[in-house]
Design a protein around this ligand. Sequence first.
Ligand SMILES: Cc1ncc(COP(=O)(O)O)c(C=O)c1O
Length: 402
Amino acid sequence: MNDKWATLDKTYLLPTYHRLPIAIAKATGNTLVDTEGKSYLDLFSGLAVNILGHSHPKILKTLHEQAEHFLHISNKFLNPPAITLAKRLVENSIPGKVFFTNSGAEATESLVKLVHKWSQSQGEGRRGFIVMKRSFHGRTLGAVRLTRQAHIYQDFPQPDIPVYEVDPEDVDGLRYWCEHERPAAILAEPILGAGGVQPLPIETLREMERLCRTHGILLCMDEIQTGIGRTGKLFAYQHAEIEPDLILFAKGVGGGLPLGGMIARHPLSEVFQPGDHGTTFAPSPLSAALGNAVLEVLLDDGGIEMGQRHAEHLWNGLHHLKEKHPQVITSISGKGMMIGIRTGLSAQTCTALQQQLMLKGYLIDIAQQTVIRLLPPLTLSTKETDAFISELDALFTQTTTD
Ligand SMILES: Cc1ncc(COP(=O)(O)O)c(C=O)c1O
């Protein structure tokens, strides 16, 4: 606990976040160290950003090399690290082109604008999005219109974008909106992250694709949390073997630096023309260079497979805990290193559990009040997993269900 930094934080930063009272001094591997020297195993990796943990040698090497070349050049020039990264992303997803942003929400904004311009050009009166209940797509004005979280303040001036909301389990509802309204696009997270780590069944993703093709609707996947190898494929939609029209990515791609974007399938890739959209900073050449290093580790050095092996060990441990503590763990959902442990605990007990774990040196996240959300780095070792599982076991043994 660091009272000095906590007080300064409260004094000088807008209170937009519930923070854990830990001031970070250093991070190495999968461990954060606070200003008082206490170590914590980071089981949500900077909210799904630090996919390779901290201080990965390839990331540090690339960081130094690119910093010696140039940090920023503006979009007036050709940007080799960004072009290389775009090529790699396209070659490993859909045939198309990339628009880079600095964050996830900005990626969503670019999608909102592209879908709008595309639907205008079709002249069929299609407008707006079908989105999932409990989805999260960001907090800027366009993105927050598509975000469906009960606890997020939404009473802002709303862009004129029709939104059709459907429960992730309600395939009939999905069909209804496609057949009875004229949405321009379906936007979905293959696994709802902030919505409680709820995977969309493979059949639902395939039905989405079928409906989109039948009705001339764009299929858009928000892979901002699920992407970049977290679920065992570069993008989670790939488990369903579907072909989206637009893909959003961010978080893990920049190796810890801000970077996001959208991949647009041909011919959607030609919808934006000069002047239609842009930003000064993105893609930062430094972030893009790190992106290339991340993809090299994931795709060339077996990083995704390594993550899968580590994830399997973690899932085995969690299943064992579920058998032992059925009153605490009601179900486990997710894929790979994106895991939701649904608990039978009250929101208050869940928060207390998070605090107890923090005191023991383990950092977890809570989604939808009672779901323990784990977003560990792919580098989480079996030793680290075993230590975490045994700590959870001890805490669950003491925990009484409410
Ligand atoms: C699925 C999803 N979409 C969009 C966003 C917004 O990204 P950012 O916080 O970088 O704006 C997030 C962030 O958590 C996310 O998980």
